[in-house]
Write a protein of this length. Structure first.
Length: 354
């Protein structure tokens, strides 16, 4: 078998990309496929559908490759190729996707089975085999202003199928190279979140399952595992869950309870009139242990907002009470414990024209 940077299995083939050939040397734009249904046979032979070739219609090395159904997508920094098995004499036919869109690394391309989500050189993208579509508009500018350019190729992604979440761990500009920041994308609601934690790498944990007779060997009392959900994948054979190797080189499951969290709204109001914000009632799907809302206000569009009460408004009876008049309002929420919100009911009363 050839030496390669990337290995991927698709449609009965083992595909190798970024070849280091004993005769030709380093060929980072080369692909090579094994014989059909025979991963031990790599000698080029069209009768066995074993072949190789180079993707040279665009410059650069192949940085990533992922299967997409029975096809495969090869990514360079600013180009993409969709490969289809067509049989002899071509074997694999490659189509360059229009546009200067590619992936920063192999680990940054995440398969959600029906599509790929990936970090490009200037945006986040989804590709379902037809054309790449941008998904990064809400966070694109923030991400590329805060991510470390020299360590962007180290970014790692993971798809949590159970919850429909894609995690991208990356190094921000405060990092020495370690992955110390993370963006989370919900593939169902298209919402974005952020996690601040330092890790060495992402892994997938496959559980061997736990039987009732094994509980006594693993836990001394029932109280020792009362915080583990009965639906946790760790109880079931072949249960899959996200894991990380942390900065202390310890393998940690990422299925624990939520830590303190926060989010900030956009600016609410109008230049035409003042309005008084009186109350904010979140529509909780999961109620937190506690919460604080802080506000910021202003009277001119584009000017800096001023802080409201320093102490903020505590969460009481499912709502935050506040009383402040201004043209523009911005809300910041801070929670402890697990929390999920579907909407905000904001009691904003118009004062009048000026």
């Amino acid at each position: 078998a050839p030496k390669a940077r990337i290995i991927e299995a698709v449609a009965g083939f083992v595909m190798a990309f970024g070849i280091v050939d004993e005769v030709e040397g380093d060929m980072p734009d080369m692909w090579w496929c094994s014989a059909l249904y025979n991963h031990l046979d790599w000698k080029p032979d069209v009768a066995k559908n074993s072949a190789n070739g180079r993707l040279i219609d665009s410059p650069g090395e192949i940085r990533a490759a992922k299967k997409l159904g029975n096809s495969i997508v090869a990514y360079k920094e600013k180009s993409m190729y969709l490969g289809h098995f067509v049989g002899p004499p071509v074997v694999w036919q490659w189509q360059q996707i229009p546009g200067e869109i590619g992936a920063v690394s192999h680990e940054s391309v995440v398969s959600i089975d029906t599509a790929h989500l990936f970090i490009g050189s200037d945006d986040f993208w989804v590709f379902d085999g037809s054309r790449p579509v941008s998904i990064g508009a809400p966070i694109r500018n923030w991400f590329f202003e805060n991510a470390s350019p020299q360590h962007l190729h180290q970014s790692q992604g993971y798809y949590d199928r159970k919850n429909g979440l894609v995690y991208w761990h990356f190094a921000n500009k405060n990092s020495d190279g370690r992955l110390n920041d993370c963006l989370v994308y919900n593939v169902k609601t298209h919402a974005w979140g952020r996690i601040l934690r330092t890790i060495n790498t992402v892994a997938e944990h496959k559980s061997s399952g736990v039987t009732y007779d094994q509980l006594g060997d693993l836990y001394a009392t029932f109280d020792d595992f009362d915080k583990i959900s009965y639906k946790s994948p760790r109880w079931f054979s072949d249960g899959s869950s996200m894991a990380i190797i942390d900065q202390h080189n310890c393998l940690m499951l990422a299925d624990g309870g939520g830590e303190n969290s926060s989010f900030t709204t956009g600016i609410i109001g109008s230049d035409s009139y003042y309005s008084t914000i009186k109350r904010v009632r979140p529509h909780f799907i999961l109620y937190p242990k506690s919460g604080i809302m802080r506000t910021r206000h202003g009277s001119t569009a584009g000017s800096p907002l001023k802080d409201g009460s320093t102490a903020g408004s505590p969460l009481k009876d499912g709502k935050f009470d506040v009383l402040k008049s201004a043209r523009w309002h911005k809300l910041q929420f801070y929670f402890t414990g697990d929390v999920e919100i579907s909407a905000l009911d904001i009691d904003l009363v118009r004062n009048g024209y000026r």
